[in-house]
Design a protein around this ligand. Structure first.
Ligand code: UD1
Ligand code: UDP
Length: 386
């Protein structure tokens, strides 16, 4: 039996961790003892509790309740909290997901205690260190012992950074193992798409059944923290909805809501509120977002997870980022990277809609069995090093 301490903190991590926790409960409970640590980075019920309930993620064993703060304040508070629990629990490894401040804090705390780090969604690079996520991913990969990489481009990035695929065990942070294993988020979407169709009521709730609609999500600082930029984005969605005669539905991240409510001009707010085609709603559950993604005509997003899910469900995607770490999406021709510039967004929207029916979506995210693969490799590596 190995003991794995899992760290989650932000919405996408609850979703990713649910896939591995499910595999542990169903197949590996006699070989993996998982202890779940929630940092408290996300705390609103619709950014947090809803995922535990809906995805069957067990209630956390520890919650650091760090809440929001500047990067240093938040990351430092998480480091202090995780260190204490690592010392108490003495796990065989620390399991970290993705690229948030919770990921970085876990990596720094564990590495100084010589506790091996397992990084799921390693190797992902946007080559834009202006994004906090890029800094967090690079740091975490370089402190990890096992790195699970979702895509071929991720493997290539790690090769460029000096990681060697042929390293032999025992693996350590100086002799890490890199595995190409597919995307853990694909496990969830494959498994839960049918459940979402059956159980989600979101389409009826917003009167979207049999209607053409676009799904929008955004929360990146460069898009939502500045009132002018956010206002221009809403003006763009407003114009698109009217010109293209399409409904636009926007489940609003709390970061975005705060700026919209407190700072965006009344002119834009009035436009949005008086347009029946443009609907802002609270953040939705995983089954609800899955139902929306499956039925949307097109997705516009700056979310890493949502842009991949659009692809899983064969939807065109406008990626409102300067660069995406999921380069395969751009290369496939089904997604266009636009940054937050209104003209680029409108042009991409039109061109993607025009060629939508001719698009193909080759399999680039694996076979939906990444969770089992990761569990097997953790058992193999950490049972034998004892
Ligand atoms: C974080 C991650 C980002 C990830 C995103 C997923 C970092 C640096 N960023 O960004 O990589 O894509 O989560 O959603 O780790 N807030 C609430 N309620 C909550 C959570 C946040 O109101 O439950 C508000 C607060 O005003 C907070 C702001 O949102 O200051 C930002 O939250 P934070 O966790 O710092 O960053 P995200 O933008 O959510
Ligand atoms: N998501 C959700 N409800 C929403 C918006 C997103 O459940 O209202 C899910 C989405 O399907 C994906 C994950 O949250 O699985 C992505 O998280 P987010 O966009 O917050 O962060 P990122 O992926 O950009 O780090």
């Amino acid at each position: 039996m190995i003991k794995v301490l899992t760290v989650v903190g932000a919405r996408p991590q609850f979703i990713k961790a649910a896939a591995i926790s499910r595999a542990i409960r169903q197949e590996y409970s006699s070989r993996i003892n998982e202890v779940l640590l929630h940092t408290g980075q996300h705390y609103d019920p619709e950014m947090n509790q809803v995922f535990f309930e809906e995805l069957g993620l067990p209630q956390e064993d520890y919650n650091l309740n760090v809440g929001s703060g500047t990067h240093a304040v938040q990351t430092a508070a998480i480091m202090v909290g995780i260190e204490e629990i690592l010392l108490k629990e003495k796990p065989d490894c620390l399991l970290l997901y993705g690229d948030t401040n919770s990921t970085l804090a876990g990596a720094v705390a564990a590495s100084k205690l010589h506790i091996p780090i397992v990084h799921v969604e390693g190797g992902v690079r946007s080559y834009n260190k202006g994004m906090p996520e890029e800094v967090n991913r690079v740091m975490c990969d370089h402190l990890s012992t096992l790195i699970f990489v979702p895509t071929k481009s991720g493997m290539e990035s790690l090769r460029h950074e000096g990681f060697k695929e042929l390293n032999q065990p025992p693996f350590t942070p100086d002799n890490p193992k890199v595995y190409h294993c597919g995307d853990i988020m694909y496990d969830n979407s494959l498994l839960l798409a049918e459940v979402a169709k059956r159980k989600s009521t979101i389409l009826d709730l917003h009167n979207l059944r049999n209607k053409k609609f676009a799904l929008v999500t955004m929360h990146r600082p460069e898009n939502v923290d500045d009132r002018e930029t956010l206002g221009n984005l809403f003006r763009t969605f407003n114009d698109i909805s009217i010109e293209e005669k399409i409904e636009v539905i926007v489940p609003l991240h709390p970061r975005t809501k705060k700026v919209f409510d407190e700072s965006v001009s009344n002119e834009i707010k009035d436009k949005v509120r008086s347009n029946p085609l443009l609907k802002i709603i609270p953040p939705v559950s995983f089954l609800d977002i899955t139902a929306l993604e499956m039925e949307a005509e097109i997705v516009l997003t700056d979310s890493g997870g949502v842009q991949k899910e659009a692809y899983y469900f064969k939807k065109p995607c406008v990626i409102m980022m300067k660069k995406t770490a999921w380069v395969e999406l751009e290369q496939s021709g089904t997604a266009v990277v636009t940054s937050n510039q209104p003209e680029k967004i409108r042009t991409a929207f039109k061109s993607l809609m025009a060629k939508k029916n001719k698009m193909t979506f080759p399999e680039i995210f694996g076979d939906g069995k990444a969770s089992a693969f990761i569990c097997e490799r953790m058992i193999e590596n950490f049972s034998t090093t004892k």
